[in-house]
Design a protein around this ligand. Sequence first.
Ligand SMILES: [Mg+2]
Ligand SMILES: [Zn+2]
Length: 184
Amino acid sequence: MKPKKAIFLDRDGVINQDFGYVYKPSDFSFVTGFPTLASKLKSLDFLLIVVTNQSGVARGFFTEEDVHLFHQKIQTELSSAAGVQLDRFYVCPHHPDGVIAKYAVDCSCRKPKTGLIEQAMKVDSIDLSRSFLIGDKASDIDLARAVGIRAIQVSSGKYELHPNAFQLVEELDELSSFNWATNS
Ligand SMILES: [Mg+2]
Ligand SMILES: [Zn+2]
């Protein structure tokens, strides 16, 4: 099988509005433009792979099952809004300062560490040279740099623009004319 190209997606602030430790399905709302973008990317044959830090699990704010249920909510909403689905979800539930012992570890998967993308590479054959990451924080952009893929930074205004980002946008809608082909 030919390796596939992928878009690695940060979750909070890219897919859903980031209200801080969001986990209740009733608190879900899309970042403006995400369903349209997801539909476009699927039509271009990208795998859509979520890579998300959810330290709220380690901190005892919610459980891994809550995270799973929130992801089901995303799939349901995305299906009705755009007729597509995300392909995979990789979650880091850890944090060294966590209060839940099993998650209170200095793991190798909390972004910007590369563990989540390494997990993804074991499941799918992915051509990183044709792939991108979309994120809103420095930890996302640093992860992309660490694995050698290009990062698109969505600035919600809350985070500083990162010097290593390949492309900066204020709104996902600005990516409607982005050239997703790799020419390097
Ligand atoms: Mg984020
Ligand atoms: Zn982790």
